[in-house]
Design a protein around this ligand. Structure first.
Ligand code: NAD
Ligand code: IPM
Ligand code: MN
Length: 371
């Protein structure tokens, strides 16, 4: 197959991990006889420096026209002045919104070889396999913002429609998993959460009698995620709670650098058809940020970005076998103890490049298993 993929390296370690994911994508293309045309564009701080805006028109136009978007990370101290008029993060939020990517899938499945890197006791981690479905284009991130000399406000707003579609997506995903969804909110305090809870209950009751839906308050959820992580299958929640809970969930796997994500819109709905090209669009990015503390040193963990490329193949290009091949190659590298510094407990840590090479060298074997 031929696919057009837009690559948005961004800032900090973004370009370092995006390059790793691109190499792996190209290796898989060669292995399976596909042709991926990759087009790099600016986003975030790099785009501000070059054009004055964090999401140039050319980037958005290219993303709209592409089959999928692979993103590194945006942001950094250079652009973090609280009084700056433009910010790298605005570019990321704007492209998610413009493409209608309201469902952000963030899976966590600790690898047995990396359990030592987690601060959680190993016996609690065995068998953990959870998927957070984070609402991505609504809530407090996108409500009206005001600021004057002594007051600031961020409005948190959700419509019934916004809640329905993300809960529906979570339930559909649960159908292919263990059939359990937990909806996380703060319904004891927030009006948006009370609406969320009502809508989630109705969708599950009316449309998904085969799915078990439970509700949990976000504060105790933050605790349960660490004390009984095996209890969770699909977790669906609003934008900011999902942002925070998934960085927490990364500690189950051992590093923020391990977690991939897929941001999808309606065209990726199972059974709902897809884009004109016959494929579902999305943005695929590791959940971590630009990691300014380690940027430029070639030591970032590339696995989260590489696993995001696997999600791109699965969700946007409908290449499940190729996706499984990448995942098996990363599994193999982890099983062999190929750890970047964030994962290495003692002894030698490998560089971003060495970890990528370890994945590339396992592609052929992994693909034979995936076939
Ligand atoms: P961060 O995720 O960049 O880093 C948090 C910690 O995790 C740091 O110690 C970092 O070194 C480590 N880390 C993250 N990714 C890693 C990797 N792949 N390998 C090894 N270690 C890794 O979060 P932060 O420091 O709070 O934010 C830095 C900047 O990134 C901010 O400007 C923020 O807005 C931005 N950010 C962007 C995204 C994104 O582009 N999707 C996500 C989160 C944060
Ligand atoms: C993420 C990031 C972004 C978010 C920021 C950079 C806007 O933290 O992708 O998790 O909060 O969504
Ligand atoms: Mn985040």
């Amino acid at each position: 197959m031929h696919a057009d993929i837009v690559v948005l390296p961004g800032d900090g370690i973004g370009p370092e991990v995006a390059a790793a994911a691109v190499d792996v994508l190209q290796a898989v293309a060669t292995r399976f006889g596909h042709r991926f045309s990759l087009h790099e564009h600016l986003i975030g701080g790099a785009a501000i420096d070059a054009t004055g805006t964090p999401l140039p028109d050319a980037t958005l136009a290219a993303a709209r026209a592409a089959d999928a978007v692979l993103l590194g990370a945006v942001g950094g101290p250079k652009w973090s002045d609280p009084n700056a008029s433009v910010r790298p993060e605005q570019g990321l939020l704007a492209i998610r919104k413009a493409l209608g990517l309201y469902a952000n899938l963030r899976p966590t499945k600790p690898h047995p070889a990396a359990l030592g890197a987690s601060p959680i006791k190993p016996h609690l981690l065995a068998g953990v396999d959870l998927l957070v479905v984070r609402e991505l284009t609504g809530g407090i991130y996108f409500g009206d913002k005001t600021r004057d000399a002594d007051t600031a406000s961020d409005l948190c707003r959700y419509s019934v429609h916004e809640i329905e579609r993300v809960v529906r997506r979570a339930c559909l995903l649960a159908r292919d998993r263990r059939g359990h969804v937990i909806s996380v909110d703060k319904a004891n305090v927030l009006e948006t959460s009370r609406l969320w809870r009502d809508v989630a209950s109705r969708i599950a009751r009316d449309e998904f009698p085969d799915i078990t839906l439970e509700h949990q308050l976000v504060d105790s959820m933050a605790m349960h995620l660490l004390s009984k992580p095996r209890a969770f299958d699909v977790i669906v929640t609003e934008n900011m709670f999902g942002d925070i809970l998934t960085d927490e969930a990364s500690m189950l796997a051992g590093s923020l650098g391990l977690l991939p994500s897929a941001s999808l819109g309606d065209d990726a709905m199972p059974g709902a058809g897809s884009t004109a090209s016959g494929r579902a669009r999305g943005i695929f990015e590791p959940i971590h940020g630009s990691a300014p503390d380690i940027a430029g040193r070639g030591i970032a963990n590339p696995y989260g970005a590489i696993l995001s490329a696997a999600l791109l193949l699965r969700h946007s290009l409908d290449l499940a076998r190729e996706a499984a091949c990448i995942e098996a190659a990363v599994d193999g590298a982890l099983a062999a103890g190929v750890f970047t510094a964030d994962l290495a407990q003692t002894g030698a840590a490998v560089s971003t490049r060495e970890a990528t090479t370890a994945v590339l060298s396992r592609i052929e074997t992994a693909c034979q298993v995936a076939e």
